[in-house]
Design a protein around this ligand. Structure first.
Ligand code: ARG
Length: 430
């Protein structure tokens, strides 16, 4: 391993203990490495502004940081166990190539604010992806709701309840994913605060140019309290996982519906062939594995949230426990975003089987319409309800799915899909 940043003369290290301290930290730091480099460049710019490094040194350091980023992207530089962590690797490279200039870089910063700033930059990028994919899902759902309204049963308790339509199904998920996109944007705004310059959690005796680093890194604001900068670690990751979880919960509902709808018993939907797999033993099978893994993706998101929450039972100030939050957040976001990324294509290409859906609509599903019509004609609703219950099997007489849907979802009715309202909300999110 390269020299430890914190190594002092006369303090021994033990290889076993060093391995325990490091865990898989340096490998996890690969996720943060480019953000750490970006933040290091901004920090150096700030140091130049207050005369800690000269403009020439700052230029040389930034050039070296850019070349380290290139080497990392190309694979010429591998971040591995030679280094205690990503932060040490950056300083080691700068020191090796630039000598004293490299040794000045850590003036006024701590790995504590370094990991915070890199984590926030990483999460901002992920929340942008979340907002984008949520918008795409909403767009596909809305577009499909706008063009076609095939009748299908609407269920409560997984029992046939009333006549519904593919447009109602899609419109429901369009609105939920508009909410999910909005929540991702709001969470992004919460995470969008610069902790760099808060050092180990208590500030430093230097006029660090925090405005410069805030601007250079594209943060919307500065985190002002050094103590809160540390207290917020874990908390902002949980907020991000909650935003992700909201979308993945809806994804789980969609996946559940589709896994039911593709069974021979329902037969409502055909999934795009690429979204199904075969069985190694049963030649007749096409299995909806993709949809099932999408459904499963909520588990790692929820697990990540729980793991971080458990870590946060801490006094204020930096504690090494917090290091474990990185693995959780990467794991949760990888599973959640990977699953969501496939959803727009899946929804755009699924095919409804109109015949099977119409065949599943039975006469009793008009009973609620019948009771409400009688109530409109003046019969007290409870009496109309009982009469309709007694004759539920005849409720379909003279009715079609279309007339039922038109009465409930046309303009002015309570079930009016108001796709125009959803379209406007979606437009406003762009
Ligand atoms: N790997 C550490 C983490 O993720 C970096 C910060 C180390 N700071 C310290 N004081 N040991 O938390």
């Amino acid at each position: 391993m390269t020299d430890l940043l914190w190594q002092k003369s006369g303090v021994a290290t033990d290889a076993r203990i060093m391995r325990f301290l490091a865990g898989d930290d340096v490998v996890l730091d690969r996720e943060l490495f480019l953000y750490d480099i970006e933040a290091s460049a901004a920090h150096v710019g700030g140091l130049a502004n207050i005369g800690i490094v000269s403009e020439d040194e700052a230029r040389a350091i930034r050039r070296e940081l850019a070349s380290l980023a290139d080497d990392f992207r190309s694979g010429a530089f591998v971040l591995d166990e030679r280094f205690e962590d990503g932060h040490s690797a950056i300083e080691a490279r700068l020191t090796e190539r630039l000598g004293d200039s490299g040794r000045r870089v850590h003036t006024g910063r701590s790995r504590n604010d370094q990991v915070l700033v890199a984590s926030r930059l990483w999460l901002k990028a992920r929340l942008r992806e979340l907002a984008d994919v949520a918008r795409s899902v909403a767009e596909v759902c809305l577009a499909r709701a706008e063009v076609e309204a095939l009748p299908m049963p609407g269920y409560t308790h997984v029992q046939r309840a009333v006549v519904s339509s593919t447009a109602m199904w899609f419109a429901g998920f369009a609105e939920s994913f508009i909410d999910n996109a909005q929540r991702a944007d709001q969470t992004l705004a919460l995470v969008d605060a610069n902790p760099l310059g808060t050092a180990a959690g208590y500030g430093v005796n230097l006029p660090l140019d925090r405005d410069h680093t805030t601007r250079a890194l594209g943060f919307g604001r500065m985190q002002v309290s050094p103590i809160y900068a540390q207290l917020s670690r874990g908390k902002f990751e949980i907020a991000a996982l909650d935003a992700l979880g909201a979308a993945v919960l809806d994804l789980r509902r969609i996946a559940w519906d589709l896994s039911l709808f593709t069974t021979a018993e329902f037969g409502f939907v055909t999934l795009p062939a690429e979204f199904t797999t075969g069985s190694s033993i049963m030649p007749n099978k096409r299995n909806p594995d993709v949809v099932e893994l999408m459904r499963a993706s909520y588990a790692p998101v929820a697990a990540a949230r729980t793991e971080i929450e458990q870590l946060l039972s801490l006094p204020s100030g930096y504690q090494r426990d917090l290091q474990l939050s990185k693995g959780s957040i990467f794991h949760g976001f990888r599973h959640g975003l990977d699953a969501l990324a496939l959803l727009p294509d899946l929804l755009a290409r699924l095919q409804w089987n109109e015949t099977a859906m119409r065949a599943a609509i039975e006469p009793s599903m008009y009973a609620t319409d019948v009771a409400i019509e009688a109530a409109v004609a003046g019969v007290p609703f409870r009496d109309a309800y009982r009469a309709a219950a007694d004759s539920a099997s005849e409720a379909g007489q003279g009715r079609t799915p279309e007339t039922s849907l038109a009465a409930r979802t046309s303009p002015g009715a309570a079930g009016d899909l108001r796709l125009d309202v959803l379209r406007e909300r979606l437009r406003a999110l762009d």
